[in-house]
Design a protein around this ligand. Sequence first.
Ligand SMILES: Nc1ncnc2c1ncn2[C@@H]1O[C@H](COP(=O)(O)OP(=O)(O)OP(=O)(O)O)[C@@H](O)[C@H]1O
Ligand SMILES: [Mg+2]
Length: 344
Amino acid sequence: MTTTTVPTQGREVLLNVEMLRKYFPIERGFFKRVVGHVRAVDDVSFHIYRGETVGLVGETGCGKTTCGMTVLRGLPVTAGKVEFRFRDLGNVDVTRIEGDQLKHYRREAQMIFQDPYSSLNPRMTVREIVAEPLVINRIGSAREQEERVAHMMKIVGLDKRYLRRYPHAFSGGQRQRISIARALVVNPSFLVADEPTSALDVSIQAQILNLMMELQEQFGLTYLFISHNLSVVKYMAHRVGIMYLGRLAEIGEKAAIFEAPRHPYTQALMRAIPIADPDQPSGLQSAPGEIGNPANPPPGCAFHPRCDRRMEICSQVRPELVQVGAEHDVACHLYGEPTTLSDR
Ligand SMILES: Nc1ncnc2c1ncn2[C@@H]1O[C@H](COP(=O)(O)OP(=O)(O)OP(=O)(O)O)[C@@H](O)[C@H]1O
Ligand SMILES: [Mg+2]
């Protein structure tokens, strides 16, 4: 069984990810013999409604960035489907498109990166950086591009005077505003934001998060918001997906995930949330024990070696997502069919 969530009435699914898989080959020796695979994303299914923010959370290396990159076609997929609802074409599986259609998708779906220090070309002026997607896609005349860039600067709260300057002249927060202007200049409908504020000072983080929320409201944007900071996700997301070793352990409305989590892993994460304290490190803390190796994940449920509620079946059978509430799915044998539960 894959995801069992029934789309809620009246809401349009913008992105539907089904059994998405991304394996990276592990190569050895002179002849680069493939000796195994890192299962970075391993049969992940979820959907995102138009205009909402889905947060993707999990410990380092669990596959969040890889998931975002494959959804955007920044990386080819190993298997699975990513259906995107284009404004004019309807639903298209973007894992299979090429040429003009792929170019079209790359305008509709943009990325905001974690590190605004390395993601902006230091040799380009702000004007060139923000205009580049228009130039590459040959959108508008030179004058229209000029006007659009000036408009974007205003939208992200940067003075037009900055257009001639180079990225090094800006603070982290201002750089992230430049990245957002660049991502939005081609009028996309979907953005993957990969830890967009984790490189910023705490006092600046809120400004950028608020800007993203205002822009979402203003332009009807849809976000996949990747973070290991649960407080940030709680602030930004409508629904939250919890990843563990390349798999989705649980996904649901924010209130359900934070107040009534069902998966033992999510429960452990929630117990470990530090009291709001800007001096606390923002790294995700979780259950005792070591996160497994995605090149050789534990059999059955990948979390079972660390789980305080494990049963016999957990080391044998991989749990799939099952629906436990409206818009709430969990991959855990505690909530499987009664017949598949261990009788212990
Ligand atoms: N290009 C690559 N080649 C080989 N392995 C990769 C590649 N990119 C990622 N991986 C591996 O895939 C797994 C998932 O990595 P990914 O960067 O998606 O995790 P993440 O959840 O974004 O982690 P973090 O919180 O540290 O950013 C890791 O084991 C990583 O080492
Ligand atoms: Mg990452």
